[in-house]
Design a protein around this ligand. Structure first.
Ligand code: SAM
Length: 231
């Protein structure tokens, strides 16, 4: 598996210095996935493209050097952990509501000696109470529809920073529906960027929301309210 993955990563153009860490991460993911549900993507070539390269797409949208990033609903570490491996100057917080996933991330960070990565077990709406408006970037993939996700993520971003959502290319309706939420939360929706994951025919979309003013203190609300009544 390791050989196939290394070859795949190199062929896909990921920098050679990142390959040992990504390979070790993929091995730990495959091992742990046997005993807990971390990812449905198990073929090494698919892990390389659909997890690692897809996460790397964020680097085409913004300059992450020396920036603080929170990955909301990171699951098994996507997109935050590949981003941190590819851009080591990022100050990363991985946030998830499921403790088992956070424990796995702590194991991975220990094994890869990424000692400065914060792995936090919390719901985003609770975490916002202690780390409001404090990150340069919030990033998130496959967690919730954009009107809900905007309320979970934008309060964490400082004015001048951005929230980057990774979506499918079929997210047009969702984007339209999020307009009001984004405005109420102090954001501005930028033109989305569609891309094809290299080596595949899979097309995804990066949605950038710039934080232009502070989010009102009443947001985020309790999750039951957010879900029942999205902004
Ligand atoms: N982002 C990863 C990816 O793309 O592979 C994981 C996606 S997984 C489908 C969604 C994750 O979001 C789960 O691990 C879940 O625990 C987490 N999650 C859902 N709502 C959350 C919330 N309000 N705060 C923190 N994590 C949340």
């Amino acid at each position: 598996m390791e050989q196939r993955l290394c070859a795949g990563l190199a062929a896909l153009g990921l920098p050679t210095e990142s390959i040992p860490a990504l390979t070790a991460y993929a091995s730990l993911l495959a091992e742990k996935n046997k005993v807990m549900n971390l990812t449905a993507i198990t073929d090494p070539a698919d892990v390389a493209s659909l997890h690692f390269l897809d996460s790397a797409a964020l680097l085409t949208l913004a300059d992450f050097r020396e920036k603080s990033v929170v990955d909301v609903g990171t699951g098994a570490g996507f997109p935050g952990l590949p981003l941190r491996i590819l851009e080591p100057s990022v100050s990363l917080t991985l946030l998830d509501a499921q403790n088992k996933r956070v424990e796995f991330l702590r194991e991975v960070c220990g094994a890869l000696t990424l000692t400065d990565v914060a792995c936090v077990h919390a719901r985003a709406e609770e975490f916002a109470k202690e780390r409001r408006e404090s990150f340069d970037f919030a990033v998130s993939r496959a967690v919730a529809a954009l009107p809900v996700l905007a309320e979970l993520c934008l309060p964490l971003v400082r004015v001048g920073g951005s929230f980057l959502a990774m979506k499918s290319v079929d997210s047009g309706e969702e984007l339209n529906a999020a307009g009001r939420a984004v405005q109420l939360l102090g954001g501005r929706l930028e033109k989305p960027l569609d891309y094809t994951i290299p080596g595949t025919t899979v097309r995804h979309r990066l949605v950038m929301i710039k934080k232009i003013s502070k989010s009102p203190e009443k947001f985020p609300r309790m999750f039951a309210k957010i879900k029942k009544n999205p902004l």
